[in-house]
Design a protein around this ligand. Structure first.
Ligand SMILES: [Zn+2]
Length: 263
């Protein structure tokens, strides 16, 4: 009797172990092309209830972490190549994005990115260019010309796009004209867009495609679309709290991005 019990114990342990290994292999396989895309907004020391902020010091720590640990930090073209399977994504890959075009990106984030030679993408709502607290054409041009910073559209007036969808002319204006304005001002192609507040519907995606964008970014899990949808690329919200190396490693790992997408 005791022998049978012992055998059963060994078998259940073996079964559990097999399930565990299968699960690990499954997650590793399924997350192989999920690019951890970090999302930032404002780079300022003081907290702000309305805008997600990261302090310049903590941002520097986060970027040093990526550089020292030799992360493969990529721009949007590579994200698309990995997501569509054109290229195989290296294990330690991440991308950096910042929304809204605050002037403090130029003042507090750009020097750090230059120091570590890390590429980033910023998404600009064109109506705000040159407004108080926002980037002007001078900074946008300088950063775009550096080759390190990709400039993308964040529409013209930062509206909630699913509501704009009832007015197709306005939707076209927000998506296509913001692209034209940026291309004219920068003298180069603008291939990517980020939906304000990550909000979109099927018409938003179709219109983004029709306007000539190669890909579009959103915020957190967008359950309506697949993980390989290049017109709904998910991102990970970063804050000053993400500074502990273990938390940082976890957040930047593709597993975190993959698990977030399951929820
Ligand atoms: Zn925004």
């Amino acid at each position: 009797m005791r022998n049978i019990k012992k055998r059963l114990g060994v078998w259940s342990a073996a079964a559990l172990f097999t399930v565990f290994i299968t699960l690990v292999a499954y997650v590793a396989l399924r997350s192989a092309s999920v690019v951890p895309v970090l999302m930032y907004h404002s780079f300022q020391a003081e907290e702000d209830k309305l805008v997600p902020c990261v302090s310049p010091e903590i941002f520097a720590v986060q970027m040093e972490f990526l550089a020292k640990n030799r992360y493969n930090v990529v721009g949007p073209e590579k994200i698309i190549a990995y997501m569509t399977g054109i290229e195989k994504m290296p294990a330690k890959t991440a991308a950096i994005t910042a929304d809204d075009g605050y002037y403090n990106f130029y003042k507090n984030a750009y020097p750090v990115l230059k120091k570590y030679n890390l590429p980033a993408t910023i998404f600009i709502a064109t109506d705000k260019i040159g407004a108080s607290g926002y980037l002007g054409w001078k900074e946008l041009g300088e950063m775009s010309d550096s080759g390190l910073i990709t400039i993308g559209s964040h529409t013209r007036s930062h509206p909630w796009l699913p509501s704009v969808s009832v007015d197709e002319e306005k939707l076209w204006d927000e998506l296509a004209h913001s692209k034209e304005i940026l291309e004219k001002g920068l003298g180069r192609r603008v291939d990517f867009i980020c939906y304000p507040s990550g909000a979109f519907n099927d018409l938003t995606k179709e219109t983004a495609k029709k306007a000539g964008y190669k890909g579009a970014f959103t915020t957190n899990p967008a359950k309506k679309s697949g993980i390989d949808d290049i017109y709904a690329i998910r991102r990970i919200k970063m804050s000053s709290a993400s500074v502990n190396p273990v938390i940082l490693w976890g957040k930047i790992s593709r597993y975190y991005a993959w698990f977030k997408e399951r929820r």
